[in-house]
Design a binder for this molecule. Structure first.
Ligand SMILES: [Mg+2]
Length: 204
């Protein structure tokens, strides 16, 4: 009687490993994390199933979606190599692709990803809820660790618990004025020059 051949015992499952290999995210020497609400437009942004995304005219009379986008375009003019990452609830709703369609084509072309992407983080409710509850600075820091840019900056109005060690990476906005504020525009230009300047110095 022949011996029963047993199949090899399956390897122990590594519970720390993800279900699938996450793709290597795109990176750049200088990545600027860009929030939308409170940066490119007033912070009073809402969503309605029929109306879609809109700015409350009750809370922010006279304001419109993406009204301050041209300030970002102007600040980046001298830095063609700077790449952008979407750092906003717009990554979840309406989603990265649809969010980018709202932007001018030249600006859109600079984007290399978002801090949240359904294909990377999965779209199940737990993953979405977990991301939403993660502080903004940590959403960004987690992306920095994945993407590993040489330098990074963040343009955001969600700055309450921003850690001291990352303050130099932050250009903080007031959600009511965003990039329309001259101080913010100047600080963004200064920090772009500071970080892009480091690259030029090391390249030379
Ligand atoms: Mg915001």
């Amino acid at each position: 009687m022949s011996k029963t051949v047993r199949p090899p015992i399956a390897k122990a499952i590594d519970l720390s490993a993800p279900y699938f290999e996450a793709p290597t995210p795109r990176s750049a020497d200088l990545v600027l994390y860009v929030d939308f609400d409170g940066v490119l437009q007033h912070q009073s942004v809402f969503w309605h199933p029929r109306r879609g995304v809109f700015i409350s005219q009750k809370e922010a009379p006279g304001h419109s979606l993406f009204e301050w986008t041209h300030h970002l375009e102007a600040a980046l003019v001298n830095y063609p190599d700077v790449r952008l990452v979407l750092s906003s609830t717009w990554c979840i709703k309406p989603g990265y692709g649809k969010a980018l369609k709202r932007l001018p084509i030249a600006l859109r072309a600079r984007f290399i990803g978002g801090t949240f992407h359904r294909r990377v983080h999965s779209a199940d409710p737990w993953a979405l809820d977990s991301f939403r509850r993660t502080p903004r600075w940590l959403q960004i820091w987690n992306d920095v660790k994945r993407r590993k840019p040489a330098h990074w900056l963040a343009l955001d109005d969600d700055v309450g618990d921003w850690p001291a060690e990352h303050q130099s990476n932050l250009v903080a906005c007031d959600g009511n004025t965003g990039l329309s504020c001259l101080r913010v525009q100047a600080e963004l230009r200064d920090k772009l020059e500071q970080f892009a300047g480091q690259d030029n110095a090391s390249a030379g």
